[in-house]
Design a binder for this molecule. Structure first.
Ligand code: AMP
Length: 377
């Protein structure tokens, strides 16, 4: 076990890294952050910020010689970086799980190999594959890049073979998947923490609403039948066991109109849809990341209150900061800002979580605050 006062490392200095730093430091660990941006949200509150790219050997050597263990906030860290570090210091989650999660073809093939359901898809590496895929996948479908796609970026809606070809060219013919667009009833996620010894703690299922491919709200507990919740938890757990996973794992699901539960994707790290755990659970997902990294058992995932989390995107700033005083009028609302200097359109600047004894009341509070921040009456 790695105990407080030790130094931990995190690759990536965004908001997820920042919340990891906050959780680790509040327990008494020191944290080093590696991120090339001198103003990164996590770097600015770390004990040490190595301002360097993920590929810089000197920075990696320094990090591995000072940190007792290293984690990542970002699955697109180069594989060589993880391999370099893993040879010197515990890296959790390990590079093999991260490699699967970062590539949609590997990820969905792995999930299907376990007998778990995904939306029908075909891997596309060449224009011949694409032509074949258009005959095998029901249109309309989505063409998604295998790598580096997030928040709906790197995706095209495909209604014809001609659309598919256009999309493939726009994606510079990078490896893709063509995936059937399923009729969504709800989107759900399961977040769990798994320790080195295999002990697991699972959060209640969250119900997610995306707007333009980006998470807008998470409501917990999800308004779904208990059997669906149980099935989602079991699917996430079997994925974690099959990956021999150590760390925090987020699994996103589609619940289709016909009642089928499909895995959409997984993230080998804390997830935006788990931010509510900061205010609504005994242990936050970031504390779980610290615990699993340090070889400690996971903390309790008990939900203390129904909660609705709302993302705050840069669009809300419109030159000035939103009128936060309107949010603070609600005693059950908790604001989290990530310390980003510039509010750009679509940029995740922060979130707030509304807590109430009934989920409907938390949802009403969340919408009232949204309107107030937008400047509505
Ligand atoms: P992704 O980046 O793959 O998670 O996609 C972002 C969002 O686009 C999802 O959360 C869904 O709202 C929507 N989406 C993605 N794939 C599909 C699909 N196969 N069918 C229906 N909606 C989808």
């Amino acid at each position: 076990m790695i105990l407080p006062d030790a130094t931990l490392g995190v690759l990536g200095g965004g908001q997820l890294g920042r919340m990891f730093v906050q959780a680790a430091r509040s327990i008494g660990y020191r944290v080093w952050v590696l991120d090339a941006d001198p103003h990164s949200p996590a770097g600015s509150i770390a004990d040490r910020h190595l301002v360097a790219p993920y590929t810089e050997a000197a920075a990696l050597r320094e990090m591995s010689s000072h940190c007792a263990a290293i984690t990542t906030e970002f699955e697109n860290v180069p594989a060589e970086t993880l391999a370099f570090l893993e040879a010197r210091v515990p890296v959790r989650p390990g590079s093999s799980a991260v490699a699967i999660a970062r590539d949609r073809i590997q990820e969905k093939t792995f999930i299907r190999g376990l007998g778990l359901a995904t939306a029908p898809f075909v891997a596309v590496c060449t224009s011949e594959d694409l032509a074949q895929a258009c005959t095998r996948i029901k249109l309309p479908a989505l063409l998604k890049t295998a790598q580096l796609g997030y928040d709906g970026k790197g995706q095209f809606l495909i209604e014809s073979a001609a659309d598919a070809l256009r999309g493939f060219h726009q994606l510079r013919e990078a490896a893709c998947i063509l995936e059937e667009r399923v009729e969504l009833q709800q989107e759900l996620s399961v977040i769990l923490a798994r320790s080195v010894d295999g002990s697991m703690a699972v959060y209640p299922v969250g119900e997610n609403v995306h707007v333009d491919g980006v998470l807008d709200t998470t409501s917990v507990p999800a308004r779904i039948p208990p059997a669906i919740a149980q099935q989602a938890v079991q699917m996430a757990q079997s994925l974690a066991v099959a990956l021999d996973y150590c760390g925090v794992l987020a699994v996103e699901f589609f619940l289709t109109r016909s009642g089928e539960l499909l895995i959409n994707e997984m993230a080998p790290r804390p997830h935006n849809s788990g931010h509510y755990t900061l205010d609504a659970c005994v242990t936050s997902q970031f504390e779980q990341q610290v615990r699993t990294l340090c070889g400690l058992p996971p903390g309790a995932t008990t939900l203390l209150s129904p909660a609705v989390m709302v993302n705050l995107l840069g669009d809300l700033w419109r030159g000035n900061a939103p009128p936060w005083q309107r949010l603070f009028q609600h005693p059950g609302a908790k604001l989290h800002l990530y310390g980003k200097r510039q509010a750009r359109q679509g940029r995740k600047m922060g979130h707030y979580t509304c807590l109430a004894a009934q989920l409907d009341d938390a949802a009403a509070m969340a919408e009232e605050i949204r309107g107030a921040l937008l400047g509505d009456a």
